[in-house]
Design a protein around this ligand. Structure first.
Ligand code: GLC
Ligand code: CA
Length: 563
């Protein structure tokens, strides 16, 4: 058992623009985060992951960085950041930075130089090509719709952008890019930050020769993810970053790596690899998309058997070999209770059940702001209220293809990244207490029902359920290190698993739907010694565990047994 502080920690993710605004400009800021450190400390979390706060023209809310060593002016100053770091540390909280190494902003000085002429010394910091007939150099499609290539008149060539056209991809084959990035990472480490979430890290290497992707449907472009995801050289580069820089600091690292399964993930997070501590996998995020990896907008219903398969596979393959990062939601995904629970009748029960699932797995749990009070998806009637570049590009592309607007909006309501980006709901005052001005994006109108102030007053709230789950992790080693085993694999409604460490066994029982299914537990569980650790309904007398019993809608229970 390889013990580490980051395995025993719980991470809370902050999307700063929507967290708390303290100067009335409608934009969340660092002072806002600072003023809520006690709230976070009280919840019990250990690490705060803050989405990018660097200088940025904000075409993708900070994921387009124009200066890696400065703070976005809307968020505050470097002094504010230093103070935030000190105040967090004074409370025993750690800060994990979100770092974008795959691309910069098109306003980054490197890119401004690079695009200025073909013989500029920084030309080769980015990926410039010219297509054969004057068209784009290959058929790859961007994550945010359209070709990954943008034509630039100044030098009559195209540059590559896997994301928006304002996010040109860096050329990681250039040693000066590598050195520059290493220096910058070290600069933040010397400041005392406690870790990094490496954005889009799977994509920093592209297939040699930039070949066309398969194009079976004769589309103008293709989602050629295999040609720019998780290629072998990514590992060389990460290992190099680790040995030259990261190794010298006691930090935690998590990489964003779409398009891989657990066996492949071990090349990033395997104990012997010296690359990253953990990665965010996407397999469970694709269970409600028809074409697996690519078409997130292509919605289909998810089912529990597939979820069990995916999660069990990650739990099993990584056990004692690497480490998991467990999450339901983040700033790119819909709200978890709307997506995997029931955000109307059983909102409270299902939010607690989903939280129980994540926190009782092996791996570091991540909570996304607002998840701890059960915030829900948004459905703006007009596209004008949406802000996310991915959503807006999708809308435009679909409109151009003649898809009826009503149909497009229905998909956007389910999958838009803005679902998770509406302002944090603090109280019942105007704009949910997020701002005294006009918020950059509209507040979800359900804040009278769902807000922090009310949650703190209600001992049965989702908030206190999270608090309990986090506290349990600190009490019972089996929650952190225990070996996972799936029970009743074929049950379509109930998810049951155990975690075992030494003489302790955790029994986790989760009803994933609104029915009241009967459950029969296997006979080899030692139920006589049981102790109920946490549940989302009162459990007493007749409700207590027997070999066979009926679960209530979205019921979740965790028992401690003897192994
Ligand atoms: C990651 C981020 C996402 C961003 C993209 C480009 O996927 O999580 O928000 O748009 O990278 O940086
Ligand atoms: Ca502000």
């Amino acid at each position: 058992m390889n013990k580490k502080w980051w395995k025993e920690s719980v991470v809370y993710q902050i999307y700063p623009i929507s967290f708390l605004d303290t100067n009335g400009d409608g934009i969340g800021d660092l002072r806002g985060i600072m003023s809520k450190l006690d709230y976070l400390k009280d919840l019990g979390i250990d690490v705060i992951w803050i989405c990018p706060i660097y200088k940025s023209p904000n075409h993708d809310n900070g994921y387009d960085i124009s200066d890696y060593q400065d703070i976005m002016k809307e968020f505050g100053t470097m002094d504010d950041f230093d103070l935030l770091l000190r105040e967090a540390h004074a409370r025993g909280l750690k800060i994990m930075m979100d770092l974008v190494l795959n691309h910069t902003s098109d306003e980054h000085p490197w890119f401004i130089e690079s695009r200025s002429s073909k013989d500029n010394p920084k030309r080769d910091y980015y990926i410039w090509r010219k297509g054969k007939n004057g068209g784009p150099p290959n058929n790859w499609e961007s994550y945010f719709s359209g070709s990954v290539w943008k034509y630039d008149e100044t030098t009559d060539e195209y540059y590559m952008h896997l994301y928006s056209k304002h996010q040109p991809d860096l050329n990681w084959e250039n040693q000066r890019v590598i050195d520059g990035m290493h220096e910058m990472v070290e600069w933040w480490l010397k400041k005392g930050v406690d870790g990094f979430r490496f954005d889009a890290i799977a994509h920093i290497v592209k297939a040699a020769g930039l070949p066309d992707g398969d194009n079976p449907n004769h589309l103008p472009t293709v989602r050629a993810y295999d040609l720019f995801s998780n290629l072998e050289n990514v590992h060389t580069l990460l290992n190099n970053l680790y040995e030259r820089v990261l190794f010298h600091y006691d930090i935690m690292t998590v990489g964003e790596t779409s398009g891989l399964g657990p066996e492949q993930a071990l090349s990033y997070v395997g104990d012997t690899r010296n690359e990253l501590n953990m990665v965010f996998q996407f397999e469970h995020m694709q269970l409600d998309a028809a074409s697996g990896g690519s078409g997130k907008w292509n919605i289909r219903p998810w089912n529990l058997l597939e979820l069990k398969k995916v999660m069990s596979n990650w739990q099993t393959v990584l056990h004692e070999q690497g480490w998991n990062a467990n999450y339901w939601c983040n700033h790119d995904q819909p709200r978890s209770v709307s997506r995997f629970g029931d955000d109307t009748r059983y909102r409270v029960e299902s939010a607690k059940m989903l939280a129980t699932f994540i926190h009782m797995l092996e791996g570091t749990p991540y909570i996304y702001q607002g998840e701890e009070i059960g915030m829900t998806n948004i459905a703006f009637q007009s596209i004008d209220d949406y802000r996310d570049v991915e959503t807006l590009n999708f809308y435009e592309e679909q409109m151009n293809e003649g898809v009826p607007e009503e149909k497009i909006m229905q998909v956007i309501w389910k999958k838009s990244r803005d679902n998770a980006r509406t302002p944090m709901q603090w109280n019942i005052s105007e704009e949910a207490g997020f701002t005294k001005g006009r918020p950059w994006i509209r507040v979800n109108s359900n804040y009278a029902l769902i807000n922090v102030e009310d949650a703190l007053k209600d001992p049965d709230s989702i908030y206190y359920h999270y608090k309990k789950l986090i506290a349990l992790r600190k009490e019972h080693e089996v929650i952190v290190y225990g070996k996972y085993e799936l029970l009743l694999a074929d049950d379509e409604e109930i998810y049951v698993y155990t975690r075992t460490l030494g003489g302790s066994r955790l029994l986790v029982i989760l009803n994933f739907f609104g029915n009241e299914p009967e459950l029969t537990l296997p006979h080899d569980l030692n139920l006589d010694t049981r102790e109920l650790l946490v549940s989302n309904y009162p459990v007493k007398g007749d409700d207590d565990l027997s070999q066979t019993f009926r679960l209530r809608p979205y019921e979740a229970r965790v028992y401690m047994l003897k192994a």
